[in-house]
Design a binder for this molecule. Structure first.
Ligand code: FPP
Length: 249
């Protein structure tokens, strides 16, 4: 669980050790709403504001890749109305924020499957991606209709098809080959994985990519996540000793 700190200030962070890639599981929207006697969907709406705040705060810190879990392949099991609200929030997010993000140099990338996603949602995602494709200040990966097992199975299918065509041989398949066919191809692995809402699980998120990510969990629900929470996560991350299976120097 996250270390508790009275008050965190930006000056407490080491600007030389800002994580290059932060991934977030934005959990707790439903519980946030329930505790206030509000419909779950209002929790998602409030969650979108936290998302916008976090994108800003990450850019200000100099984070290069921010990956946000907005809709999982398992979220289709939720009531139709809730799924509809999440789809509409994505459209709204693009409509409201894409020009500003583009101006700030954010490159939006969709990670996930386009399967089952309604045409109007897919179009918005493609628009956001094509508008921002040449930006290089920060990559914002929107994990939408994303499931890590689906991602890995898809990579295996592509590699098997290449092998069947004689373009590769089984013994030539390495970790780098698999990485090449993940949605995150060419990106560094997350240094820091943040989960709000207190649950201690991975929920089919970036299973391959988080092999050596530092995990930081807060009980705070996502709609309450503030820039100071991000700073706290980064502060705690900077105190960790990352050994990647090796030993301290
Ligand atoms: C998990 O909370 C959150 C989600 C499934 C959706 C996350 C969506 C947003 C932050 C809004 C912005 C969305 C888009 C598409 C840009 P939960 O509902 O599982 O919370 P609970 O565990 O309290 O029920």
């Amino acid at each position: 669980m996250a270390a508790s700190q009275d008050k965190i200030a930006l000056e407490m962070l080491d600007s030389e050790k800002i994580p290059k890639h932060i991934a977030i599981i934005m959990d707790g929207n439903g519980r946030w709403a329930k505790e206030k006697g509000l419909p779950r969907t209002l929790g998602h709406r409030q969650g979108m504001e936290a998302l916008e705040r976090t994108v800003e705060a990450s850019m200000d810190l100099g984070v290069k890749y921010l990956t946000l879990y907005a809709f999982s392949t398992e979220n289709w099991k939720r009531p139709k109305e809730e799924v509809g609200v999440l789809m509409n929030l994505l459209i709204e997010f693009v409509d409201k924020k894409i020009n500003e993000l583009n101006k700030k140099g954010v490159k939006v990338v969709h990670i996930g499957s386009k399967e089952n996603v309604a045409g109007k949602v897919e179009k918005k995602i493609c628009y956001a991606e094509s508008l921002t494709q040449n930006n290089d200040k920060m990559v914002l990966n929107l994990a939408f209709n994303y499931g890590s097992r689906q991602e890995i199975a898809r990579a295996a299918q592509i590699i098997a098809a290449k092998a069947a065509l004689g373009e590769t041989k089984a013994e030539e398949i390495t970790e780098e080959t698999v990485e090449k066919y993940l949605y995150t191809a060419g990106m560094p692995d997350p240094d820091l994985l943040i989960r709000t809402g207190g649950e201690m699980r991975i929920s089919n998120y970036l299973l391959w990519q988080i092999a050596y990510s530092e995990f930081w969990v807060t009980k705070k629900y996502w709609p309450d996540f503030a820039k100071e929470d991000l700073w706290q996560a980064v502060y705690d991350y900077q105190k960790r000793s990352r050994r990647f299976g090796g030993l301290d120097e």
